[in-house]
Design a binder for this molecule. Structure first.
Ligand code: NAD
Ligand code: WQD
Length: 354
């Protein structure tokens, strides 16, 4: 059996950390990324951390011809599919771009996988597919609904994967629903590198702490939560990366010898799994933890709630533990420490000069 994995979007934030985790346990990786939200510098640094050059192909998941060439020249065990656009606000302004990239792109990828009989996929979904949850913690059977095109694009892909699994039972389609990924590699060499002003909380806090931004706007302090601010399930990107390794191991374990002793993979169809810690942390709690770790004050002011935000969101992480034997290990302190190291060492992210 081949141990080669195609990693779409492997130059990005979660992809680069996952490449390291995959390499550490002996997978051969090929990164396929159009660099629309990442850089060669991320690939170079990831290669340095791995200790050898990563095989990198600059390409778009909507480019069927190039994908065909890639599948014709490699024998893959499966695909980890990170490639996608992820900014909620931008998706509201440019819905066609989001549907085209995230939905059409995934369809093209699946078509080429089918042509080459590569039927193992790990897809990056999001807790955003749960919308405003009726019950907490959120388990995988919770109702799904989305209010913005980004979320709709993730939900649409989930539906496509479900239909595909019904139509052809030889597919194994693990859908990992990430909660709020934060953190950086402990080396401080790779991490999240948002363009412009960050939309997400953790990179915003770290840019305030390092003095790039004046103060944090906290969107609402009248939610029905511990201190009135939003509660989220922050998960360290290193734990998340290990979750992908665990999902691949799970797929490999489905390969057993048949009556004639020939290795045969039992397919698992569509399998959604939450990747979260199971614990909620409020915005104010995160600000306070970050200040403690960094030794910097993080000035903030309360402003109106942000459109589309929900009060609380945290995972039931039981399925991941039961099926994959995976659970998050790193704490909020670890997350803040690693983000702070990355922020201090790389005040402009991967861009050397601004
Ligand atoms: P990222 O933007 O850092 O990485 C995505 C990568 O995909 C980038 O390197 C980008 O250049 C590439 N890409 C985008 N469109 C492409 C295309 N058409 N063809 C080839 N490459 C393309 O984002 P990330 O935070 O690493 O997220 C990875 C995946 O996880 C995304 O699908 C995202 O929607 C999903 N996700 C992210 C979060 C989060 O908060 N970071 C949460 C839940 C789900
Ligand atoms: C967290 C909390 C904000 C910024 C988003 C996407 C979701 C997923 C993860 C991809 C909320 C508050 C934030 C700020 C603040 N991505 N906040 N001031 O909204 O939970 O999830 O990223 O799939 O789809 O929607 O994350 O980090 O933006 O916000 O007060 O400047 O921080 O109101 O309570 P969110 P976030």
């Amino acid at each position: 059996m081949t141990n080669k994995i195609l990693v779409t979007g492997g130059a990005g934030y979660i992809g680069s950390h996952t490449c390291i985790a995959l390499h550490e346990i002996g997978y051969d990786i090929v990164v396929y990324d159009n660099l629309s939200n990442s850089s060669r510098e991320a690939i170079n640094r990831t290669s340095t951390l791995i200790g050898q050059p990563i095989e990198f192909i600059k390409g778009d998941i909507r480019d069927a011809e190039l994908l065909r060439q890639v599948f014709a020249s490699h024998q893959f065990f499966g695909v980890i599919h990170f490639a996608g656009l992820k900014a909620v606000g931008e998706s509201v302004a440019k819905p066609l771009m989001y549907y085209n990239n995230n939905v059409s792109g995934t369809i093209t990828l699946l078509e080429i996988m089918a042509e080459y009989d590569v039927k193992n996929l790990i897809f990056s979904s999001s807790a955003t597919v749960y919308g405003d949850p009726e019950n907490l913690p959120i388990d995988e059977t919770s109702k799904r609904s989305c209010t913005n095109p980004y979320g709709q694009s993730k939900l649409a892909v989930e539906h496509i994967l479900e239909d595909l699994a019904v139509s052809d039972t030889s597919w194994s389609l693990i859908t990992l629903r990430y909660f709020n990924p934060v953190g950086a590699h402990p080396s401080g060499q790779i991490g999240e590198d948002p363009n412009d002003i960050p939309n997400n909380l953790m990179p915003y806090i770290s840019q305030v702490a390092v003095g790039k931004l004046d103060k944090l706007n906290i969107f609402g302090n009248d939610y029905p939560t511990i201190d009135g601010t939003g509660v989220r399930d922050f998960i360290h990107v290193i734990d998340l990366a290990q979750g992908h390794v665990a999902a691949l191991n799970y797929l490999e374990k489905q390969t057993v010898p048949n009556e004639s002793g020939v290795a045969k993979q039992n397919s698992i169809g569509f399998l959604p799994i939450n990747l979260g810690t199971g614990k909620g942390t409020s915005v104010l709690e995160l600000v306070s933890a970050f200040s403690d770790i960094s030794g910097q004050t993080v000035p903030y002011q309360f402003t109106n709630r942000r459109d589309g935000d929900i009060a609380s969101c945290y995972a039931s992480a039981d399925t991941a533990l039961t099926l994959l034997g995976w659970e998050a290990r790193l704490s909020i302190t670890d997350m803040c420490r690693d983000v702070w190291r990355w922020q201090r060492l790389n005040p402009n992210g991967y861009k050397k000069d601004l």
